[in-house]
Design a protein around this ligand. Sequence first.
Ligand SMILES: Cc1cc2nc3c(=O)[nH]c(=O)nc-3n(C[C@H](O)[C@H](O)[C@H](O)COP(=O)(O)O)c2cc1C
Length: 316
Amino acid sequence: MNRLCELLNIQYPIIQGGMGNVSNAPLTAAISEAGAMGTIGAGTMDLEDIERLMIETKERTSQPFAVNVPLSVASNVKEIFQLIIKHGIKVVSLSAGNPAPFIPKLKEHGITVMCVVASVYHAKKAEEAGCDILVAEGYEAAGLNSPYETTTMTLIPQVADAVSIPLVAAGGIADGRGLAAALALGASGVQMGTRFIATKEAPFHVTYKNKLIEANDTSTVIIGRTVGTIRRVYKTPYAEKVLELEKEGISSEKYLTLTSEEQHILGAMKGDLEKGFINSGQIAGAIQDIPTVSMLLESMMDEARNVLPIVNQYLK
Ligand SMILES: Cc1cc2nc3c(=O)[nH]c(=O)nc-3n(C[C@H](O)[C@H](O)[C@H](O)COP(=O)(O)O)c2cc1C
């Protein structure tokens, strides 16, 4: 039995990455119901909205699901943890900040803690701090990204060698080949963001889903390098405008206004690609359909199982 699945009490070693402000309860519940780990993203939402998501997800599934708290952007982090404890959420994913101060309290309540990291250094620190599961995210990933620019292919084996707790690979995985590759590199499972957007249950605007279908290998771009808040987004007119402004020299404040959650919601939920942006990982180019979550997960598992004997043939 896969020790990640055992720890999380799930059937498939696949986790939905947190998608703060833009995901919803039906998607999280569908992923958990289908045998993987759904995740609510707390993002920058207010407490009432986060609690509503927890309640609705629990109404829709009796399977476990996680809550992602992006520590440096979420407001009311301590109050979010109180809600997590109040609603008996079993798994928490901590990203975008130092998880160490928060881990003991969560563990006291029997909560399994996953920490999202992008370097061996931070992976070791999180393990030392008592984290149960590491999610190592490479530079291919959608959304807020690490300035280290380390890719999943290079990050996973190095983190796997450095830690002993279960490791999850994130960034650049969208099918069974990616899952099998992550396992070969030393991970016990994968976390996906971009692939889950192009599913029937996902609440995102049809324009966003269609953009992922249209995408090729060079359809995404990194914005924010000049100000040090790095984000991988789809190359839309809006993203190109932000890049132009960066070339001219843009303040960090102005950049953060242009990439605020309001602009994210305009792009992702309203499909306005002139006034808002959409996050996308580099793997978007490999996405060709919009299946149900359950069909996606079944086909990923089948493909991963089938690809491993093929790999073996090449090694004979
Ligand atoms: C729309 C969107 C929103 C995201 N928001 C968050 C977030 O709030 N917190 C977080 O830790 N990661 C966030 N991510 C990153 C995902 O959780 C996940 O780790 C990443 O998408 C994995 O890479 P992939 O897109 O190549 O699958 C977001 C990704 C997307 C696509």
